[in-house]
Design a protein around this ligand. Sequence first.
Ligand code: ADP
Ligand code: ZN
Ligand code: ZN
Length: 731
Amino acid sequence: MIAKVIVDISNSEVDKIFDYIIPSDFELEVGTRVLVPFGNRSIEGFCIKITDSPEGDYKLKEIIKKMDAKPLIKAEMLELARFMREKFYLRYVDVLRLFIPSKLRGNKVKVLEREYCVLASEDIQTLKSRISPRAKSQLAIIDRLASSGEYLTVLNTEFSPSAINSLVEKGLVIKSKQEVLRKPISDSDINQNKVVLTDTQEKALNEIKSSKQSIVLLHGVTGSGKTEVYMSLIESALKQGKTAIALVPEISLTPQILRVFRARFGDDIAMLHSGLSDGERYDEWRRIYDGDAKIVVGARSAIFAPTENLGVIIIDEEHDSSYISESNPRFRTLDVAEFRANYNNCKVVLGSATPSVESYNNARANKFALVEMNKRISKNGMPNIQIVDMAQELRVGNFSVFSNELKSKLQEVISNGNQAMVFINRRGYASYMQCKSCGYIAKCTDCDIALTYHKEDNLLKCHYCGKKFKPLDICPNCHSESIKQGKIGTEKVVRELQEFLGDSVRILRMDNDTTTTKTAYLDILGAFRRGEAQVLVGTQMIVKGHDFPNVTLVGVLDADMSLYFSDYRSCERTYQLITQVAGRAGRKDKLGEVIIQTYSPKHYLFNFVKNYDYKGFFDKELNTRGVTNFPPYTTIVRVLVTNEQDEKSLNCTKKIYDLLKLLRAENEKEFVYMQAMKSPINKIQNKYRYQIVLRIKRNLEDRIIGKIYNIVDENKQGNSVFVEINPQNMS
Ligand code: ADP
Ligand code: ZN
Ligand code: ZN
């Protein structure tokens, strides 16, 4: 018998399947890892097919050995690999690598051992007396472990490892390698957490279950209780002996969803996301593979979990761009989910308060089922949204970054003991430094981009490559000392807020700069949840999904900043961003309020936002896209060419452009646009960037995109060339 094997060579351009003889003394199943002779060495590979006879008539070698007793890649995943290879023009080996934890490659894994934590004593008070009252997370860990122990991997997602470690060092918590069976969660525990579904939730649930389509879009306003609907769907799946995958867009949201899920489902949950160490990821993967964990929670890569017999796939905040992988291996999570749902005959549920135009359009066209939840669970309903004209503030002499309205509301919220969130989509202190006399702007030496001023480190930083520079004191061009600063970022917002609210108010900041360590976001969100701070200032990171019951005020600064980007999605993005951040206010028992500051209060978008009129927004947006020939009416393809040598990059772009012109000539009707140009940011990390952007009519694109890939593959000439479909970022 012959095994068809994909060899696991890194950095290879080959996507070839090799034939090997299966030695007569062993049985081999498809999907098993094998060791094979390759050239003069032996390497790992995956057996993806078994046949009777070889294709060529050259001399074949024998497989050396099997790497695992059972196939690592189960039948469904093998089919998925085939699908992804064709759909996304990927190499087999790159796809297969998505499916198994890196620890399994190169046979690095030792025996499965999971660390388990328990309290050193049942006397909680005594344990607590040995902890400083200020060590809030340590105290919280003691409470968490009071009723039962917990796996270290799980604790690590909820608390900072440093807090756990100090408890272990003090001997208050005991870490053991051996698996200890946990006390099963008693019925009363579960009931405590189980809520009765509202009529709206019940109705939504039934509509989802009875829908004809395999993909269901659950359009539910923020705070409408989508999570409970997800959990009911998962529960039904489990009752039928099936499994479930629930995806969230960011790691920072996994602890929250995990907390609610665990209260409901106990230990049945595994999670997969990029924040795990290799060992942790392997542990979790293994629990899923072995069938011990029936529910998988995680970011997009969790869609590749080796679950069998899937009963439902949930994609929460489906509009989020993180569900699309644009770098190799590129894929769309929804396409993968759809494949798996069809294979398992189950549903994909897309949840969002602000669906992507693409998804909502599919729902309108009946490709997806549409299920709606228009009301919040809280009787207070949606928070009131007020749009504040910042130009008017200037006219009345308010030069601060905060409107008078926002200032007084902030003070009110804090004196009432509630919490506020302030959103600004820019990190750092000031967006640039510029000479007032001659207009010189400090730019990165490696990238064609203005540097952002960070006051905490007193440095200028490049947000594209991370390079740091001294701040501008004297203009290198005209030697003037009068330097001005660009638009404010999170750092400056915190500083100004602190000044205005006084030192007794504690303000937390969450952005890329404050979350560089693995657990920083847990610490920040945890502290805010525990009420240790009154205000949370942040970028996009604070926008999604978070459910903080005491937040009654949300302020949005510079709401129009993303509105005028030269990206066809800028309106959609701005609508989503503002609606989502507004949705963090007044989620539980307290009434919420939202203040949006802008210099263009008359922009139509704000009316839709204010009235929670998603449909109005969608109709207007779809109309614009139709008139201007943008997705979903067309597909945008960007061919991006980069090289350290400007000329090489330019020449390669020209070459590809000429070939694409021929392709266009053959398919005149299908091309609605094609242009070659410098990329908006012409240089990033010393690589010069050129691009060809084209738009192809929808439904005809698959055939043409295949040809574009072929042209690109044959004409790279040593450049890095990327083909991007409807790219999220055109810079
Ligand atoms: P969404 O994901 O739609 O924004 P959540 O699922 O976070 O909303 O729910 C909002 C809040 O309402 C949460 O605090 C949740 O615990 C609560 N909630 C949801 N469903 C119910 C219910 N049936 N009864 C009581 N509270 C509920
Ligand atoms: Zn100057
Ligand atoms: Zn740079």
